[in-house]
Design a protein around this ligand. Structure first.
Ligand code: UDX
Length: 451
C-alpha cells in the first residue's frame, strides 16, 4: 500500500498521539498515525525532545514537544527508564496543560488521546479532562497476556527458581519454559520494572480501548483470554501491511544495501539485526561474526553504534572480516531488506516490530532474544507459528552456522519457508476488504468517530 496518506480530505476530528520515545515504540505509533490520517482524522503528535521524531517527514501532522523541563539527568535514558516512570507527577501536569491548550484551540474537536501503553500516567490525566484514551500496545497479544500475569507468576515463585528448573514448563502458560519467563528480566513483582508493567496493565484495563500491531490469524489461540484480562474494546491491525516503518527512523539508513542485495542469489542472504536497544558482550559479538563466516552464506549485518558493550563500533573484529561474502552496516531500511528477493532468513532479536515485519514479508526467522517480550516472541515463533528456529542456548559460532545452513541449505528450510509463505498470505488476506484486519481498522475508525 501507499506510504504517503491522502492529504486533501476535509478533516473534522483530531486525534492526539503520544509515542514512547524509543524506536520500537515510535515506529508503530507513526504507522498507526498514518493509517488514521488516511481515514480522515487530523493528527497531533506529542513528543519528548529526547529521540524527537523527524517532523519534516510528516508535513501533514502537527507536532508539539512536551516534558521539556526535565533536568538533563531525568531525561528518558534507558537505564533510568523504570525509575523515572515511578515519579511522573511532573509529567502528568505538563501533559494536562498541553491537552487543555489543544482542546481549547482553533483546531478540529479532539476525539481521543492515543498513547503508548507504557505511558500509564496518561490515563488519569485523560480521565481528569474527560478525554477518552486508547492504548497502543507495541508487543504481541501473547506477551501482553503474560505480562498481565506477572503478579501470579511471582506468587508462584517462577522468577526466583534456580537454574536447575530452566527447562521446565510453566504450568500457567504451557507454551513457555521457566527460562523464558525468567528472561523477561523481572526479579519480583516489587522491582521497578515490574511496577511499571503492573501500572501499564492496570491503566490499560481502564482505558477506552487497546490497539495491537498484530492480526487475528497470527494469535488466534491467545484471543480467548483477552476479554477476561482486558475487558475493553480491542483492535488488531498489522501496521507493516499498511505503512512502512522507515519514515520514522531515528537513525540514518544505509542506502547502498539494495544494490548489494541485487547481486546476491535469490533467498541466499542472512539478514542480521538485533533492533534498536539490545547490546552484546564483545565475546558474543565475535561468536556472531565467526558463525556468519562459518555458515558460508552471504550476510548483511546491522551493527548499531553502541551494540557492543564497551566498544564504539567494529574495533574488535578480526582482520579480513567480513570478507567478500558479507556486508556490515550501521542501520538499514529494514522493510526494504526483508522485501528483497535475495533475503533468505532474518536472524532477529525477536523484538515485536521486527518479528511482525518479517512475517508480513514471509521471511523465516532465526530467533535470538535478550529481555522483555523478546523471549516470549521467540518461543511463539518457533513453537506456535513455527516460522523460526529459536537459538535459545546463547551464541556459539558452530551452532549459529549450523542453524543458518539448516534454514538456507537443508530441506528443513523448505518447510519453514512454506509456513512463512502461508502466514504472510494470511496477513495479506486479513487486510483485504472483508478480512479480519480490514474490519478491525473500520471498527476502530467508527469507534473513534463515535467518541
Ligand atoms: C523494543 C522491543 O524489543 C519490542 O519488542 C517492543 O515492542 C518495542 O521496543 P526494539 O528492540 O528496537 O524494540 O525492536 P523492534 O520492536 O524490532 O523494533 C525495531 C524497529 O527498528 C523496527 O521497526 C525495525 O524495522 C527498525 N529497524 C531496525 C530499522 O529501521 N533499521 C535497522 O537497521 C534495524
Amino acid at each position: 500500500m501507499e506510504n504517503q496518506p491522502e492529504t486533501t480530505v476535509r478533516r473534522h476530528r483530531r486525534i492526539i498521539m503520544f509515542p514512547l520515545p524509543f524506536q520500537g515504540h515510535i515506529n508503530p505509533m507513526f504507522q498507526l498515525a498514518n493509517l488514521l490520517y488516511s481515514k480522515g482524522f487530523s493528527i497531533t503528535i506529542l513528543h519528548t525532545n529526547f529521540n524527537a521524531p523527524k517532523t519534516s517527514n510528516y508535513p501533514h501532522f502537527t507536532f508539539k514537544s512536551i516534558l521539556d523541563n526535565d533536568p538533563e539527568n531525568r531525561r528518558f535514558l534507558l537505564a533510568d527508564f523504570a525509575q523515572d516512570f515511578i515519579h511522573t507527577q511532573d509529567h502528568a501536569d505538563a501533559l494536562r496543560h498541553e491537552l487543555k491548550l489543544l482542546a481549547s484551540g482553533k483546531d478540529e474537536p479532539v476525539s481521543c488521546l492515543i498513547t503508548d501503553a507504557l505511558w500509564h500516567f496518561t490515563q488519569s490525566v485523560a480521565d481528569s479532562l474527560n478525554l477518552p484514551r486508547l492504548v497502543l500496545r507495541t508487543t504481541s497479544v501473547h506477551s501482553t497476556i503474560v505480562y498481565s500475569s506477572i503478579p501470579l507468576l511471582d506468587a508462584r515463585g517462577y522468577f526466583t527458581l534456580d537454574d536447575s528448573h530452566l527447562e521446565e514448563q510453566v504450568v500457567e502458560f504451557p507454551l513457555l519454559k521457566v527460562k523464558d519467563v525468567k528472561k523477561i528480566g523481572i526479579k519480583s513483582s516489587k522491582d521497578p520494572y515490574a511496577e511499571l508493567i503492573g501500572n501499564m496493565v492496570k491503566q490499560t484495563k481502564t482505558s477506552s480501548g487497546i490497539i495491537w500491531n498484530s492480526f487475528k490469524e497470527l494469535e488466534e489461540t491467545e484471543l480467548d483470554r483477552v476479554p477476561h484480562d482486558f475487558p475493553v474494546p480491542r483492535f488488531l491491525i498489522p501496521f507493516p501491511k499498511y505503512f512502512k516503518a522507515s519514515s520514522s527512523s531515528l537513525l540514518e539508513q544505509d542506502r547502498t544495501i539494495v544494490p548489494w542485495l541485487d547481486q546476491q542469489p535469490t533467498k541466499s542472504v542472512v539478514y542480521v539485526s538485533f533492533g534498536s536497544l539490545s547490546q552484546v558482550e564483545e565475546k558474543e559479538f565475535l561468536e556472531i561474526a565467526h558463525g556468519l563466516v562459518y555458515s558460508k552464506q552471504p550476510f548483511l549485518w546491522v551493527v548499531r553504534m553502541g551494540f557492543i558493550k564497551n566498544s564504539t563500533w567494529l574495533e574488535s573484529l578480526p582482520k579480513g572480516f567480513p570478507g567478500e561474502r558479507g556486508r556490515v552496516v550501521e542501520w538499514a531500511a529494514q522493510h526494504e531488506v526483508l522485501a528483497h528477493e535475495a533475503t533468505g532468513v532474518f536472524w532477529t532479536h525477536s523484538g515485536w516490530n521486527s518479528t511482525l515485519e518479517s512475517i508480513c514479508e514471509g521471511v523465516p526467522m532465526i530467533c535470538s532474544s535478550f529481555w522483555g517480550d523478546q523471549p516470549l516472541d521467540a518461543r511463539y515463533m518457533s513453537d506456535v507459528s513455527r516460522v523460526g528456529v529459536y537459538l535459545e542456548n546463547g551464541l556459539q559460532r558452530e551452532e549459529i552456522a549450523s542453524v543458518i545452513r539448516r534454514i538456507l541449505v537443508d530441506e528443513e528450510g523448505d518447510e519453514i519457508r512454506e509456513r512463512a509463505r502461508v502466514l504472510k498470505q494470511k496477513a495479506d488476506e486479513s487486510v483485504m476488504k472483508g478480512g479480519t484486519s480490514s474490519e478491525s481498522v473500520e471498527t476502530l475508525v467508527d469507534y473513534i468517530s463515535s467518541l
